[in-house]
Design a protein around this ligand. Structure first.
Ligand SMILES: [Fe+2]
Length: 330
């Protein structure tokens, strides 16, 4: 049975008498649960500043029990709290647009894990905020684990941080017909000149290996300052692109230089197994894993919290939208 705090306040923040607040644990993010049926939009407008203050402190908020009821209202609620959703560009995830800038979270196969990552943290343009909305929870599994990247940075060994700080992270990405996302989907254009323009503006190296195969290589810092708190954040896509996390069948199929998405130290050298273990151990011990309920709305500070996806059975429709675009400081 869930036990909610009796008080409707947390650290002096009050959200009205219609909600209960449950502090975060391994099984739940900071959760705001509706007690009575109220208009979620009126409530969100009234407490927008408080919600944003809570998000800035805690990095993750789950709104539960609110009658959101679909993509349109998810978009509306997100806009009230975080501002207008932005278009999903420079993609890594197969997604369908559902309404405005609301997308299906991913159509990645249901039997596979999506490893922990912060959205668009491989990109020169990223979103500070990301939200998820559970339209249809999976029959079994399909959780979205989340982890506090501030805690990760505090747990990493000093020499690990030093190495990443000095070298940054190199990303190598290959797009080819029938494998992962096509270059047309990633860059949202059918024009190769337009792709060249985008990549040049980012300062990325690229080559057309053949007519349909584009290889792109770029390096970005491992750490960014949070645009509001100015704190240093571990903000990159290193973990997501580790070869050791790939399905062995994929590793066998591809030459290393043609893997769909791979990460290295910024000088192109391999990240050592003992360094990778620090991350694997951290996510194993520190991920918050909760069971989705229909109409759950999860709001993340995308720099403070990473997310992933566990395999699932049955239908699962989770929607996502992103907001507050930022430019990576290189
Ligand atoms: Fe994601």
């Amino acid at each position: 049975m869930e036990i909610f705090t009796e008080s409707q306040t947390i650290q002096g923040i009050e959200l009205g008498r219609n909600v209960d607040i449950k502090t975060s644990s391994n099984n739940n993010p900071l959760t705001i649960k509706l007690k009575e049926d109220i208009d979620v939009f009126i409530w969100a407008k009234q407490y927008k500043d408080e919600l944003n203050k809570m998000l800035l402190d805690h990095g993750a908020l789950l709104l539960r029990g609110f009658k959101i009821d679909g993509a349109k209202n998810f978009n509306k609620l997100f806009s009230i709290i975080s501002g207008k959703g932005i278009e999903y560009k420079n993609r890594t995830s197969p997604r369908d647009r559902v309404y405005n800038n609301v997308y299906t979270s991913t159509s990645h196969p249901s039997d596979q894990t999506i490893h922990m990552h912060t959205e668009n943290s491989y990109s020169n343009l990223y979103n500070r905020i990301i939200a998820f909305y559970s339209l249809v929870p999976a029959l079994k599994g399909g959780e979205t684990p989340i982890a506090d990247e501030r805690k990760l940075l505090a747990c990493l060994k000093n020499e690990t941080i030093k190495k990443f700080r000095e070298k940054g992270i190199q990303y190598v990405r290959n797009s080819m017909p029938g494998i992962g996302l096509s270059w047309q989907t990633i860059y949202q254009t059918n024009d190769k000149n337009e792709v060249a323009k985008i990549l040049t503006s980012f300062g990325h190296e690229f080559e057309w290996v053949n007519e349909g195969h584009l290889r792109v290589k770029w390096t970005l810092p491992a750490i960014q300052r949070h645009p509001i708190t100015n704190d240093e954040m571990w903000f990159n896509h290193m973990f997501f692109g580790l070869k050791c996390l790939y399905d062995p069948a994929i590793l066998e199929y591809f030459e290393e230089e043609s893997l769909p998405f791979a990460t290295y130290y910024g000088d192109g050298t391999e990240i050592e197994p003992e360094v990778i273990k620090e991350f694997i151990d951290f996510y194993k011990e520190n991920s918050i894993v909760f069971k989705w309920e229909k109409d759950d709305f999860l709001l993340l500070d995308n720099m403070m919290f990473s997310h992933g996806r566990r395999p699932f059975e049955g239908e699962r429709t989770t929607l996502t939208t992103m907001g507050q675009p930022q430019e990576m400081i290189t």
